[in-house]
Design a protein around this ligand. Structure first.
Ligand SMILES: [Zn+2]
Length: 281
């Protein structure tokens, strides 16, 4: 016969159950430098966005270290467009982890055709701008949004009869809606466009990962207003010459408004409980 739990033991079991529940409800967002972010959902699914992990801002890529060494679990790779500073190590990571690609059909097709990206991982989650798909057993809904930029796939087979760049379809951004977690907008490499207001109206954005170099300070501030985002995290600055070298000017301007601002450090992880940022570590 099973012994009934004593009141003290029952309390301990309840405390452990509550702690596990709280842990399970947390979403992790990590910046890996440049436009690369990883998101871990409350159910433990791992998403990578624009994984150029060997970018010079990533501490894991310094002093001869290989940032891919610590990558073991990735379920989905989201690509905003085909430029090298966004595709990064997508192919190596996909082969290592079996991650599925979330991208437009032209970019996905040419990655399979021109590189050795595994074809089976580039078919189930292919999408177009304006569309929404569900991934992670319905825990995450992704919307692909407009981006004013260009896109092409660098062709490793380039030569006299092969072009240096292949078609990459239209560049994009992503709105990532996480069940029991925040709604995160990654702008991709877009310039400012006024229809960011429509994105803000359509989705209640908790965090905007914002390319401040592509928009510049003035229009990045306007973008934050158009999006009606609760929190802005700057990205895509300081990586190489030609970009904004810091987020300081943007920080000064955005702090004058009633919009949350948080500058992550490369490799830093911030946590969300529900839609609320609770801590960083
Ligand atoms: Zn870029």
């Amino acid at each position: 016969m099973k012994k009934p739990l004593t009141p003290a033991l029952t309390l301990i079991v309840l405390i452990i159950a509550c702690a596990n529940y709280a842990q399970a409800q947390e979403t992790k967002l990590q910046w890996l430098g440049h436009a690369a972010f990883s998101i871990t959902t409350p159910n433990g699914k791992a998403l990578l966005i624009d994984p150029w992990l060997r970018n010079p801002m990533n501490p894991d890529a310094k002093d001869g270290k290989d940032p891919l060494a610590s990558i073991s679990k990735v379920n989905y790779i989201l690509l905003t467009h085909g430029h090298r500073d966004h595709v990064g190590e997508t192919i190596e990571i996909a082969k290592k982890t079996g991650a599925f690609l979330v991208a437009n059909p032209e970019l996905a097709g040419n990655l399979v055709k021109l590189t050795d990206f595994p074809a089976k991982q580039a078919q189930d989650y292919i999408m177009q701008m304006g569309g929404e798909i569900q991934i992670a057993d319905g825990e995450v809904t992704i919307a692909m949004t407009e981006a004013v930029h260009s896109s092409s796939v660098f062709n490793p087979k380039a030569g006299p009869n092969e072009p240096e760049r292949a078609y990459g379809g239209s560049p994009a951004g992503f709105v990532i809606m996480i069940r029991n977690g925040p709604t995160i907008y990654h702008t991709g490499d877009t310039a400012y466009f006024k229809d960011m207001e429509v994105i803000g109206e359509s989705y209640s954005i908790d965090v905007a990962l914002m390319n401040i170099s592509q928009m510049g300070v003035k229009l990045s501030v306007r973008a934050a207003q158009s999006l009606r985002t609760k929190l802005v995290v700057p990205m895509h600055f300081g990586t190489f010459p030609g970009l904004l070298q810091s987020a300081d000017g943007f920080a000064t301007e955005i702090k004058k408004l009633n919009i949350g601002f948080y500058e992550m450090k490369p490799r830093e992880t911030v946590m969300f409980r529900g839609k609320q940022m609770i801590k960083n570590k």
